[in-house]
Design a protein around this ligand. Sequence first.
Ligand code: ITT
Length: 200
Amino acid sequence: MGKQRLYLATQNQHKIEEIKDLLGDLFDIHTVFELGVQIELPETGSSLQENSHQKASYIASRFSVTCLSDDSGLEVHALGGAPGVYSARYAGEPKDDAANVRKLIAELDGILDRSARFVTVLTFHHEGQYFSFEGEVQGDIVSIPRGDHGFGYDPVFQPAGYDRTFAEMTMVEKNQLAHRGRAMLKFKSFIDEAAFFSDK
Ligand code: ITT
């Protein structure tokens, strides 16, 4: 039996690369660009869960494909959980990673509590059924960005127990301990334990 085809309901190239590294052995991975989706996937909900579901159901309802979405956010304790669900547009429109990082550093200027967590909510759709999986990693926001790998807030996020930011790690290293990788472990156990595709 060949690998199950899986469409990634994300338009973020960096996520696509990470997810291919995490799931490429198990699935035949495709992107929504191949389905001709050109407009931005909707994410108008008030939680990561809602947005994640919205992106998966947008693709599922139009194309009836097996798909997986990813909605992620950075929650900073001293900022009451911000930017959270607004992580992508923290510094306004259009989405701009560098501007978001600058705003975050400015907001935390002089604040001693630098603790934060990254969260990913995955939504998997297959034949009308939806399942969600969450992963998180705790860490601190550093005051000067470091490293050239990764994307988004990676240059300022240092996972607990490490002295390097995610942007100073290789993608494989980041995937082993980060929010997305942890959510993927849950997703993979679900697929294995439920023997999800074995009767297909
Ligand atoms: P899609 O909706 O197409 O998946 P997006 O980039 O809009 O792409 P999100 O809404 O999940 O995805 O993004 C939330 C923000 O958090 C965005 O600014 C990302 O750059 C950032 N982000 C998400 N995952 C990240 C990670 O692993 N490391 C650093 N920043 C991340």
